[in-house]
Design a protein around this ligand. Structure first.
Ligand code: ZN
Length: 82
């Protein structure tokens, strides 16, 4: 699922009541509790030049974090949203 959004809209998406409804789960370790399942959403912020950002929400503790995937496979993980 790729969606083009501005940052304000991203905030709305992540903060909205339906933000995490009907999203897929992925096998990844939560940085907070180490649980191995998390919901995930991918958003392209502003332009195609910017990296794809993947937002995660832990299925166990509801902690949220995100990762940016740049070209050449470089990945940055942010442990907190904002
Ligand atoms: Zn967790």
């Amino acid at each position: 699922m790729r969606t083009h959004l501005k940052r304000k809209e991203v905030d709305d998406v992540l903060g909205g009541k339906e933000a995490w409804a009907n999203v897929d789960k992925i096998d990844t370790a939560c940085p907070k509790c180490d649980f191995r399942k998390a919901y995930f959403r991918q958003l392209q912020i502003r332009s195609a030049d910017e990296p794809m950002t993947t937002f995660y929400k832990c299925c166990e503790c509801a902690h949220q974090w995100r990762e940016c995937n740049f070209a050449l496979g470089v990945r940055y993980r942010f442990y907190r949203i904002q």
